[in-house]
Write a protein that binds this ligand. Structure first.
Ligand code: RNT
Ligand code: ZN
Length: 418
């Protein structure tokens, strides 16, 4: 079947495929730099363990070890993915060199430590999101913003404030808003004696970070909740209720962020998207694939990814209300391939959603029989032809055409890293 034939099939159910393609092309999805090096970053010993309840598994050869390697890998990824990309950096990816005075600790980071990333983004026309890094660092005691130790807390508040200034710089330089996500792994392995104290301290610490001046049109601070992490199974300071309440009480300077790996296994973020959009002008998402827990597997084109994208589209989220970012890290397979599969799958799920007719009238008329028939029959529409056309128009390879490039890059470049 050709694109023209597929287009006619969609036209018959009231869908303009050209309009769907045009719409998707303009929507940024953030590409997380941390898939490329197993969340190690450049500011501390790369061989220390990850802390904060997150973990990568596997030791597939070829991870990026330097900014140059990571940027080269990102270029390959972006060439193999259709659609508008935005970079997503963690503070731990600061670049230190002789020109900018060398290494500083996280509380002393400055915009100049991200100038090379700004150059990278500018050359490629990308915006950039940002994340303070409250994990994998000697100053985690193991708590950070919720620590009972004043000095620890001060260090991490100063880190958060430095990150606000860096986010403002990224937004100003790149001419696109910067989503700045606050996530800490603060929590306890076993039953706490005091659940309230850490939460009150966490709240006050975020208040202190957000007291740093910034333009809320340019910098979008978020608070990301979590249910539990490895080694912190009994109690998480930044629970769902905590994070959502914080965002709700601070709507003038903060938005909620939902990571679909951070809820109990039968809860679904797809259902939470319209719930939050009924109250918040803007929300942010981390799109991942949890298996049994927050395992951060590569995003597949599975039912929940499709449902999340359906809700984003149906709720008008593509016009800026929903900030989308990928968040996963698999160290057991080729990392370029991991990045590309996940990014392409989110693009596919968004395109599918844009090719879905509005069926609300059937629901409102209580016509559940016809609604079921229509929803089921949509599953065998010729989506593949529209996807191919989208890739073609974006100058990206079609399915079946890109993995050879990854294999070649592995042979030429990745296999020389050890
Ligand atoms: C961890 C959170 C967090 C991190 C990144 C690296 O459970 O999902 O968003 O994955 O900040
Ligand atoms: Zn996340």
């Amino acid at each position: 079947m050709s694109y023209t034939e597929a287009k006619a099939k969609y036209a018959a159910i009231g869908i303009d495929t050209d309009a769907a393609i045009a719409k998707l092309k303009a929507v940024p999805v953030s590409l997380h730099c941390w898939q490329g090096d197993d969340v190690r970053g450049f500011d501390t010993d790369p061989n220390k363990p990850l802390t904060g309840g997150i973990q990568t598994t596997g030791n597939y050869p070829g991870r990026a070890r330097t900014p140059e390697e990571l940027m080269a890998d990102l270029d390959v990824v972006m060439k193999l993915c259709p659609g508008t990309k935005k970079m997503n950096l963690h503070a731990s990816y600061a670049i230190f060199d002789e020109d900018n005075g060398g290494w500083v600790d996280r509380d002393k980071l400055e915009p100049k430590h991200f100038q090379k990333w700004v150059d990278f983004c500018k050359e490629r026309g990308l915006g950039c999101d940002f994340n303070p890094t409250f994990f994998s660092h000697p100053k985690c005691d193991p708590l950070t913003l919720a620590s009972a130790n004043e000095e620890t807390r001060r260090f991490w508040i100063d880190h958060g404030k430095a990150c606000i200034r860096i986010s403002q710089y990224l937004a100003e330089e790149l001419g696109q808003p910067c989503v700045m996500n606050i996530w800490t792994g603060d929590g306890f392995k076993d039953i706490p004696a005091d659940r309230m104290g850490p939460r009150v301290r966490y709240k006050e610490s975020i208040d202190a970070i957000l007291s740093e001046s910034f333009d809320f049109d340019l910098v979008k601070p978020c608070v990301e909740s979590k249910v539990f992490g490895i080694g912190v199974e009994a109690y998480t300071v930044g629970s769902a209720e905590f994070a959502l309440s914080y965002a709700a009480m601070n709507k003038d300077k903060c938005i909620p962020l939902m990571d679909n790996g951070h809820y109990h296994p039968t809860e679904v973020v797809s259902d939470k998207i319209p719930a939050l959009l009924a109250f918040f002008p803007e929300i942010a998402l981390h799109i991942t694939r949890p298996i049994r827990w927050d395992s951060d597997h590569v995003v597949l084109l599975d039912d929940e990814t499709k449902e999340i994208c359906k809700e984003i589209v149906r709720c008008g989220g593509l016009d800026g209300r929903v900030k989308m970012a990928l968040d996963y890290f698999d160290a057991s397979i080729n990392r370029i391939s991991a990045w590309v599969v996940g990014f392409r799958n989110v693009q596919k799920a968004l395109l599918m959603a844009l090719l879905t007719p509005d069926m609300a009238a059937l629901q409102d008329a209580d016509n559940w029989s016809e609604l079921m028939v229509l929803q089921e029959e949509l599953k065998t529409m010729p989506f593949g032809e529209i996807w191919e056309q989208y890739c073609r128009e974006c100058g990206a390879p079609a399915d079946g055409e890109w993995f050879a490039t990854v294999k070649q890059y592995e042979a030429d470049v990745l296999s020389n890293r050890n």
